[in-house]
Design a protein around this ligand. Sequence first.
Ligand code: HEC
Length: 129
Amino acid sequence: MTRMRLHQHLTQAVVATITIGLAACNGGHSPSAAIQAHAANSIPASPELAAVYQRSCQACHARGTSDAPLTGHGEAWQPRLDKGMNVLVDNVVSGMGGMPPYGLCMDCNAEQFRQLIRFMATPAEAEGQ
Ligand code: HEC
C-alpha cells in the first residue's frame, strides 16, 4: 500500500516537472501562431530575392516545426544578429547544425545572404502583422 502511494506520488512529480518544462519552453521561445502564420506567408519584396528565398531558405525557415529560427521571429533572431552579420553569413556558407552549406543556395553571393538574413530577422510585428 505504502509503496503504491509512493509510486503514484513520484509519477505525479514527474508529470508536473514535464509540464513545467514544456510551459517554460512555450513561454520563452516558441513562436506565436501569428508569427508562424507570418513565416508561412512572407516572401522578400524583391522578386529576385523572393525566388532565391523560395527555392532555398523557405523550406526550413518558414516552418514552425523546424529547428531553424523562423522568419519574422525577432526573439529567435536577436541573439543570432548579436553575433554580427559577417559571422552569420560565414555560418550559412559553412553550414550550421541542421543547415546545409550555403543554406542550399550554392550560387548566392554574400550580399544576397545579407539581404535574406535581414528579411528573415525582421520581426513580424515590425511589418504591422
Ligand atoms: C535544410 C534546412 C535549412 C535551409 C534550407 C536553410 N537553413 Fe538556415 N538554418 C537552419 C537551421 C536548422 C538553423 C539553426 C542552426 C543552429 O542553430 O544550429 C539555421 C540557422 C540559420 C542562421 C543563423 C546562423 C547563426 O550563426 O546563428 C542563418 C543566418 C540562416 N540559417 C540563414 C539561412 C539562409 C540565408 C538560407 C537560404 C539561403 C537558409 N538559412 C537555408 C536550417 C536551414
